[in-house]
Write a protein that binds this ligand. Structure first.
Ligand code: ITT
Length: 198
């Protein structure tokens, strides 16, 4: 009943804990295993990268592993930053620099064209079985400045019109209910339950 999430991202790790622990799983992430290797994300799609991370870590631990590859897809930027969301402004993962780069690239885009979505692909690898892939999305608009202090990554500039708030102005419970990651985890949870029973 231990689940290893192949992530070193603190924001993701917190959301996985909140979503899986009520279902009775003990959640471990790579933050609990600092010696786990860094898997290079060389894929061109969310799916390729999620698989690379899940298979790579599962091979080392020989346990059930879930990996998350996610990002922000902006229509006016032809889908960027997309799979490059974590390192959009450079090589080190710097949320603030990434946000500033997006705001700069979006500075002349009118309100009606500021549509975007968050995407999350999850790969579940059970040793000896075929991997399972699920996806979740969440639609919104890119603001012209930051609002709110919750969440992580691009949350402060991602506006949810139906809530009239950004993803950084809602609680993590609210975020988990509507987010790309929440939606993907709910799809995956039955598969995980089943994998555990074998
Ligand atoms: P791991 O590979 O260790 O899981 P990572 O941060 O490198 O961590 P990704 O390659 O999947 O993960 O990049 C995802 C990036 O997309 C993340 O760093 C954020 O910039 C952005 N992102 C993903 N989900 C998000 C969310 O719920 N809210 C805000 N930004 C998010």
């Amino acid at each position: 009943e231990e689940l290893i999430i192949a992530t070193k991202n603190k924001g993701k790790a917190k959301e996985f804990e909140e979503l899986f622990e009520p279902l009775g799983f003990r959640v471990k992430t790579l933050l609990d295993y600092p010696d786990a290797p860094d898997i290079e994300e060389t894929g061109k799609t969310f799916e390729e990268n999620a698989l690379l991370k899940a298979v790579g870590i599962s091979n080392i631990f020989q346990k059930i592993v879930i990996a998350d590859d996610s990002g922000l897809v902006i229509d006016a930027l032809d889908g960027r930053p997309g799979v490059y969301s974590a390192r959009y402004a450079g090589t080190d993962k710097d949320d603030e620099a990434n946000i500033q780069k997006v705001l700069f690239e979006m500075k002349d885009v009118p309100e009606e064209k500021r549509t975007a979505h968050f995407h999350c692909t999850l790969a579940l690898v059970v040793p000896g079985k075929d991997p399972i892939i699920v996806e979740g999305t969440c639609n919104g608009l890119i603001l012209t400045e930051k609002r709110g202090n919750n969440g992580f990554g691009y949350d402060p500039i991602f506006y949810l019109p139906h809530l009239k708030k950004t993803m950084a102005e809602i609680t993590s419970e609210e975020k988990n209910r509507i987010s790309h990651r929440g939606n993907a985890i709910r799809k995956l949870s039955e598969h995980v339950q089943e994998a555990m029973e074998r």
